[in-house]
Each structure stands twice: as C-alpha cells, then as structure tokens.
Design a protein around this ligand. Structure first.
Ligand code: PLP
Length: 445
C-alpha cells in the first residue's frame, strides 16, 4: 500500500478506509460492515446518511456556507438559537456557537470569568472540576479535565482545577446508602470552595453522566440538587458539560434534566450536529448575558468557524429530525432495553463487573475479580482488547479509561445512534458477548 501522509491516532497502525454509512451501520472499502455501537465518539446521534440532514446541508450550501459572524447573522443560526432556547431549561436562552466540545467548555470557562469581572470582581477566576472527568483537549479545557492520562504530559502548563472526586456508585464505601454517598461526594465541593476561598471560585463544571474517563457513571439521586445548592450559597456558577450527554442522548433533552436542576451554562457538541459537520455551543442564561451586555457588551471568545450557516443548518435539521421522530422518548425506551441486555452480560460473564448507564449512554466495567471488584492494571489493556476484538467482529465500542489509575476501572461505552431498534440491539449484544468471551479466554492462557 502507498505510504500515508496522515498522522493517525496510533502511528504505524494501518486503519481500514471508510466507504459509507447508513443508519447504525458503517462500511469500509473492503466491504466489511460494522455496527456503530458507540456513534463514533458518541457523536452520530441519529445514525448515518439521514436524507433530511443531507438535503438541508445541500440546500444551505447552495445559498451560503460561510459568512463571518462579525459581519452577518443568518437564518440558520437564528433558528438554531431559538430551537436551543426551547430545548434548554430555565432561562438558558442565549447560545454562543463554536465547532468542538473543547471550544465549548473553554468558552464557558471564559464567560464565567468575564461574568465576575464585569461586576468588578477580578479574583473570581478559578474553576473547580472533578477527577474522572473529561472536558476537552485544548489547554483550558484540559486544565478542567480530570483525565489523568491526557493531562500527564502537560501538567506544568495546566491549572490544577480538578479538586474533588466524581460520585462512582459501583465503588462507594461500604455502609453508606446511595443517597448518603451522593451527599458526601457533593459536599466535597463545599470543602473545596472553602479551601480555595469563595472569592476565588468562578464556576464548577461537571458532566451529568461521567463519560470518557469512566464509562457512563450515573450520579446518585440528590447529588446535583446538592451541587446546585452549594454553588448558589457561594456565588459559584454551575456549568453542565453536556457535550456527550446532550440532545437526547440520555433519554431527556439534557442529562441534567433527569434531576430537575438548572445550570448557569450548558456546553454541547457531538450529537448536536450528529457528526454531519463540526458544531458545538455554550448555552448561557439571561442573567449572565444581562451582566455582560451592561458591561463590555461582547464575549471575549470565538473562532473563525463560530456560528457558520452551514453547520447551523445541519444542526437545525438534526434537532428537527429528533423532534419529528420522537427520538428522545426512543432513546429512553430503547436505552433501558440496551441497559437490561448489558446487565444480562454482567450477570453472565465473569469479566464484567458492572453494566450502567442512562438512556442510550451505557457502559461496562471490566474487573479481575467480581466479588472484590479488583481492577485490572491499565497496562493489561483489557478494555482495549475487548474493543479490538469487537472491531474485528464488526462492532464499534468506545474506550472509557483515563480516570485515576487504580481507582477508575477499565471501562467501555456503548452508545449507538438513538435510532437503533431492539432487534439491532440484540445483534449488537451478541457480537459484544462473543468479543468479551474471546478476551476472557485469551486472559486465561
Ligand atoms: N466534554 C465532554 C463531556 C466530552 O465527552 C468531550 C469529548 O469527548 C469534550 C468535552 C471535548 O469535545 P471535543 O472532542 O469535540 O473537543
């Protein structure tokens, strides 16, 4: 094969070349079929090659693809802004558009700091975040991320924002009820704010369901309500990072809606345009925008591709498609079915310690010993082995490692397009089971 000039995730490895996709299926150029069991990077929310989205993309491209946000607004971006205001809770009515989840979280970080500065407060510029979290790869976003593996190399350049643990019910201490454990974890935020000093803390950021570092970890009941109380008590903004959980993925419009909590900002990406074009955003409350409007009247953030009409038209078509086909309800219903089938695997297979998730965002954690919940060392690469075996058998599964070594286990994410049927879920489970059994056998040799 001709040499490649592209820097790929793993240098030296040969990747199959994609040909096309349809629904939950992808096909490479050799004609091999794959079930997209994780929507790529939890992105292809409504499946591949949906006609309505492709048509909207073409129609928009015929009139205008790019117009710079400092010169023009566009119908597509205005309509998308309105739609997001309808979807978002409370007074989260204003949207700042960017192109990736990292830009969205870093923009939220900047807006939080600016919000306090506009009120004459120049010390409130720290963000508190959690270990076992991922908020993006750019330096600001990585500063907020508790993704140990991704931080490692850059630690000297990063702010030490991760300060508290995320709730991890599978490994909660013995003797605490789920609710007590949730309160204990949430109260860590109060301790951290008091340690840093409330006058220094601009915001707290968290994923409603922990994704890339731990594999769909759902918080205990009451956790986010207590987080909201603590943020209010100390004048700290609460940012819900919904880049993975947003737009119906968990069976509600936003993950945080499961607990009836209204954040001050919501960041979205991935499923927002379902992978058809790069698109992400930071959704902000009326209160924050009022303060900024009265002050410098401009948010100090933005990128060349922010609010481009092409991506806005695509994202609008994705959200319209979700509404028209009641896909949020389907995500809840078929997500519960997926979780039930994964729980079946957890009951049956010694390697699977826990199946967990919310809506169509599920995870499996692999353990060495089911009774003691002893983890594999990261160097044993168990989840990577399962992912490779599933890939070989035509199923895409997403890795979820990178939390604190020896604390966060070896996990994978199952998050197919929310259009998946129960019959297709059965096929997915069959392949996954074969892959896990094959890895179990290899480990015993
Ligand atoms: N925030 C969360 C919760 C994510 O899961 C991710 C990506 O996985 C990001 C932010 C970063 O998004 P992107 O990779 O589009 O920059």
């Amino acid at each position: 094969m001709e040499r490649s000039y592209v820097i790929k995730p793993e240098l030296g490895k040969t990747y199959p070349v994609i040909s096309h996709g349809k629904g939950i299926y992808l096909y490479d150029k050799e004609g091999k079929q794959y079930i997209d069991g994780c929507s790529g990077a939890v992105t292809a929310l409504i499946g591949h090659a949906v006609d309505e989205v492709v048509d909207a993309m073409y129609e928009q491209a015929k009139s205008i693809s790019f117009a710079y946000r400092s010169h023009f607004s566009s119908d597509a971006v205005e309509q998308l802004g309105k739609k997001l205001a309808e979807w978002a809770p409370g007074s989260l009515n204003w949207t700042f558009f960017v192109s990736s989840g990292s830009e969205a979280t870093e923009t939220a970080q900047k807006i939080a700091i600016q919000y306090w500065q506009e009120q004459g407060n120049f010390t409130k510029n720290r963000i508190i975040s959690r270990w076992m979290s991922y908020h993006g790869i750019t330096m600001g976003a990585l500063s907020m991320s508790g993704h140990v593996l991704r931080r490692k190399r850059f630690v000297p350049l990063l702010e030490d924002y991760p300060a508290i643990t995320g709730p991890y019910p599978y490994r909660k201490p013995e003797g605490l009820s789920l609710e007590e454990y949730g309160m204990q974890c949430a109260n860590e935020l109060e301790t951290a704010i008091l340690r840093v000093g409330p006058e220094q803390v601009a915001a707290f950021i968290a994923e409603p369901v922990i994704g890339a570092t731990a594999g769909a970890v759902v918080p205990p009941p009451g956790y986010f309500q207590r987080i909201r109380e603590i943020c209010d008590k100390y004048n700290v903004l609460f940012i819900a990072d919904e880049v993975m959980t947003g737009m119906g993925r968990t069976g509600k419009a936003f993950g945080i809606d499961h607990w009836g909590v209204v954040p001050d900002m919501i960041t979205i990406g991935k499923g927002m345009s379902a992978g058809y074009t790069p698109m992400a955003a930071t959704i902000v409350t009326e209160e924050i925008i009022e303060v900024i409007q009265k002050g410098s009247a401009s948010i100090m953030a933005g990128h060349t591709y922010s609010a481009n009409p092409q991506s806005a038209a695509v994202s609008l078509a994705v959200l319209n498609y979700i509404e028209k086909n009641n896909l949020i309800e389907k995500s809840a219903e078929n997500g519960a079915y997926l979780l039930q089938r994964l729980q079946g695997l957890a009951d049956e297979l010694p390697l699977v310690g826990e199946a967990r998730g919310l809506g169509m965002l599920c995870g499996l954690e692999f353990v060495k010993n089911k009774q003691t919940k002893e983890t594999f060392a990261l160097s044993e690469n168990v989840s990577a082995k399962v992912i490779a075996k599933a890939f070989e058998k035509g199923l895409l599964v997403y890795p979820a490692v990178g939390g604190i070594d020896g604390v966060a286990g070896d996990s994978v994410i199952l998050a197919p397009p929310i259009t998946i049927t129960q019959e297709e879920i059965d096929t997915l489970i069959g392949i996954l089971k074969e892959a896990i059994e094959a890895v179990s056998q290899e480990l015993q040799q």
